[in-house]
Design a binder for this molecule. Structure first.
Ligand SMILES: [Zn+2]
Length: 119
């Protein structure tokens, strides 16, 4: 697999062909399907849930608000609402402008993960 400068793979599925090989162009912020060439612009924002945020934090460790917005594709206000909710529940904490899962948040995530897989 070759990597062009500025391109990295996004955790998104192409809505056209269903390929998971979707690359993100950091300079423009667009997503490009490397299979069929479909371009998804970042204007399309979508709903984001606590589980998804927890998943990204679990995978990447500490993340800033812009990083989370980038990986979830959510709009500022949607994401802010979810993050605030998670902070209120004690699932995440803000350390120097970066969010991380708390111990409680990690437990919550594992429980949700178990449900997801039907354990
Ligand atoms: Zn495609």
């Amino acid at each position: 697999m070759s990597h062009r400068r500025g391109l990295r793979f996004a955790k998104t599925t192409c809505p056209i062909c269903g390929s998971k090989e979707v690359a993100r162009d950091d300079s423009k912020g667009d997503l490009l399907c490397t299979n069929c060439g479909h371009i998804m612009t970042r204007r399309e924002t979508r709903a984001v849930g606590k589980y998804e945020v927890a998943q990204h934090l679990k995978r990447n460790g500490k993340m800033t608000f812009p990083m989370l917005r980038e990986v979830t594709g959510a709009s500022d206000d949607k994401l802010f609402g979810v993050i605030q909710n998670m902070e209120n529940m004690g699932l995440i904490q803000d350390i120097g402008g970066k969010y991380t899962l708390t111990k409680r948040g990690q437990r919550w995530y594992r429980q949700r993960l178990g449900q997801e897989w039907g354990y």
